[in-house]
Write a protein that binds this ligand. Structure first.
Ligand SMILES: [Ca+2]
Ligand SMILES: [Ca+2]
Length: 499
C-alpha cells in the first residue's frame, strides 16, 4: 500500500502478535489419491529485482494519455506498458534479472484526495489492464519480451481493498468490512479500513474467489512471482490458503509488511511466504550511510539473519515508492550521489534479493510521496554525476552476479572490536570454498585498519595485497602473520576475494 495522501500508516504491530502457524502443503494427485510431498518452494536467490512504477517510468504510447498532466505530481504522467517494454534493454544494461511492477490493473476512474490512481493501488478490476497502461495485449507483449530476455516478472497484487470509488463497492456491499465490523473487531489492523480504503472481507467465499481468480489469471499470462501489498491488513486464513496455492503453482511470493524487522520476516517465511521486505535494514542503512549514524545499527539488523528460515530470499532495498528517496537524506546533491554509490556497493555484498527502485541507480532525489515518484530520467538526460552513479550500480551488480559467493553464499558477520564498530562492518560470504570479505567503512576519511584474525573469528590464508572486486575504488586487503590489514576509502563499501 502506498501513502499517497495525508493519512499515516497504522502503527506497526510487530511479531509478538503474529500467530505462529505452519502451512502444511500436501497435494493430492492422481486417481489413486497418492499423497505427494510438498512442492519445493520457488527461489529468487541470485536475482536482482528492478522496481518500476509504470506511470512514472516511460511513455511508449501517447494515444493512451487521458488526463495526463506531468506538471502535477498527483496526476497521471503517461508511462505505460509499451514504454516499459521498450526500456527492457536498459534494465538489462543495469544488470537486473527481474522486474517488479506496481499494480497495472484497472483503477478507479477519477481522483480521490485530489490524487489520481496513477500508482495502481486503487483498483477497480483485478483482471483488466488500466487503459492508461495499455491493453492486455500490451501486457502479453511485455511478458513475452521479458521471457525472451531471460527476466522474471513480479506482479504487484492488491488483496486488501478496492479503490475508493470502484463500482464494486456499491454493487457488492457484503464483500466489505463496514464500520460495525471494524468497531467490533479485536483485530483492527485487519478489519478496519486502511487509509479509508474499502476493506475486503476475505472470509467471504465470493471475495476469496475474486482474489484467487486474479492470481490464476496473471499466472496464466506468464507472471512467475507476486508481491502482495499490505499483508498486515489481510485476514490470516485467507493468506494461508493463497500462499498454499501459489506454492503449489511454483509462484514466488514477496509480502509487504510495512516496517517488518527480522522477526516479522521469519514468522511469515515460516507461514509460507518466500520473502518479505526487510524494512529494518532499509532504515539502518539510511541512518548509517546517508544520515551519518553508526554502522553498528546495520550490524544489529544483520546479526539477526540467523532467525530467518530462508535468509537468501529476503528482499533488501535502499528505498521504494513508499519512503523518501535514499539520496534525499542529505541536503547536497553531490553528497547524496557519493553516499548512494556507497550504499549500492554495500547492498550488493549482502545475502538476500536486492531490489532497486527506479532512479536509485542514478541517485534520484525526492521526499515523501508523491515527490519520491518523479518521472524516471534516462541516459540522454543524465548529468555526468548521475552517469557515474549508474556506472557504480552497474559494476556492483555485475560483481555480485559474477560471484557465486556474493549471489548465494552463506553470510557471516565478523565481530569487529567495539571501538571500531561504528565505522567498520565486516562480513564474509562463502559458497563453494571461494570466500569473499565485505568491508563497509563509515569513516569520513581514508583509513587503514589492522585486526587480529583470531579476534574476528576468521581463518584465512596469508595473501598479498589484493584490490577490491568493485571497479574504480582504491580499497585493499592483505593477510599475514595472523593479522588482517585493510586500507579503505572514506564512506564506501568494498569486497575482496579471499584465498
Ligand atoms: Ca502513455
Ligand atoms: Ca483489511
Amino acid at each position: 500500500m502506498s501513502k499517497q495522501f495525508p493519512h499515516s500508516r497504522l502503527a506497526p504491530a510487530l511479531s509478538s502478535s503474529v500467530v505462529r502457524q505452519t502451512l502444511l502443503l500436501s497435494v493430492l494427485l492422481g486417481t489413486g489419491g497418492a499423497v505427494q510431498s510438498a512442492p519445493a518452494p520457488a527461489s529468487f536467490e541470485g536475482q536482482v529485482i528492478y522496481q518500476v512504477m509504470p506511470d512514472r517510468f516511460a511513455d511508449g504510447n501517447a494515444a493512451n494519455n487521458a488526463a495526463v498532466n506531468r506538471a502535477n505530481p498527483r496526476a497521471w504522467h503517461g508511462g505505460d506498458l509499451p514504454g516499459l517494454t521498450a526500456k527492457l534493454p536498459y534494465l538489462q544494461q543495469l544488470g537486473a534479472t527481474a522486474l517488479w511492477m506496481t499494480p497495472i490493473y484497472r483503477q478507479q476512474s477519477g481522483n480521490s484526495f485530489e490524487t489520481a490512481a496513477y500508482h495502481g493501488y486503487w483498483p477497480a478490476n483485478f483482471q483488466e489492464v488500466d487503459p492508461h497502461f495499455g491493453t492486455l495485449e500490451d501486457f502479453d507483449t511485455l511478458i513475452g519480451a521479458t521471457q525472451k530476455a531471460g527476466m522474471r516478472v513480479v506482479l504487484d497484487q492488491v488483496i486488501n481493498h478496492y479503490g475508493y470509488t470502484a463500482e464494486v463497492v456499491k454493487q457488492q456491499p457484503a464483500w466489505f468490512n463496514g464500520e460495525a465490523q471494524c468497531a467490533s473487531s479485536p483485530n483492527k489492523d485487519v478489519d478496519c479500513a486502511l487509509a479509508g480504503l474499502p476493506d475486503l472481507k476475505q472470509s467471504n467465499p465470493e471475495v476469496q474467489k475474486v482474489l484467487f481468480d486474479a492470481a490464476d489469471f496473471w499466472r496464466a499470462h506468464g507472471v512467475s512471482a507476486f508481491r502482495y501489498d499490505a499483508i498486515k491488513h489481510v485476514e490470516r486464513p485467507f493468506l494461508n490458503a493463497l500462499l498454499a496455492r501459489d506454492r503449489a503453482a511454483g509462484t514466488w511470493t514477496l509480502g509487504e509488511w510495512y516496517d517488518a524487522d527480522s522477526g516479522t520476516v521469519a514468522e511469515w517465511q515460516r507461514a509460507g511466504f518466500d520473502s518479505l521486505f526487510l524494512f529494518s535494514l532499509q532504515a539502518a542503512m539510511r541512518d548509517a550511510i546517508m544520515s551519518g549514524q553508526g554502522l553498528d545499527r546495520v550490524s544489529a539488523v544483520l546479526s539477526r539473519a540467523g532467525e530467518l528460515p530462508r535468509p537468501g530470499e529476503v528482499a533488501l532495498f535502499l528505498d521504494n515508492h513508499d519512503v523518501p528517496r535514499f539520496a534525499n537524506g542529505t541536503l547536497f546533491e553531490d553528497d547524496g550521489q557519493a553516499r548512494t554509490k556507497y550504499a549500492l556497493r554495500a547492498l550488493m555484498t549482502l545475502r538476500g534479493v536486492p531490489v532497486i527502485w527506479q532512479g536509485t541507480e542514478i541517485a534520484m532525489r525526492g521526499g515523501s510521496d508523491p515527490d519520491n515518484r518523479r518521472d524516471m530520467r534516462f541516459e540522454s538526460d543524465w548529468t555526468p554525476a548521475e552517469r557515474s552513479v549508474f556506472e557504480v550500480a552497474r559494476d556492483a551488480i555485475a560483481v555480485r552476479k559474477a560471484s557465486a559467493s556474493l549471489s548465494r553464499g552463506a553470510q557471516k558477520l565478523l565481530p569487529v572490536p567495539p571501538t571500531l564498530e561504528s565505522d567498520l562492518l565486516l562480513l564474509t560470504r562463502e559458497l563453494n570454498g571461494e570466500p569473499v570479505l565485505a568491508a563497509w567503512h563509515n569513516g569520513k576519511a581514508r583509513r587503514s585498519y589492522s585486526i587480529r584474525l583470531s579476534a574476528l573469528g576468521l581463518t584465512a590464508q596469508d595473501q598479498a595485497v589484493t584490490r577490491s572486486l568493485f571497479a574504480g575504488q582504491d580499497a585493499k586487503v592483505s593477510i599475514g602473520g595472523g593479522w588482517l590489514h585493510l586500507s579503505l576509502p572514506g564512506r564506501d563499501a568494498a569486497a575482496f576475494a579471499l584465498k
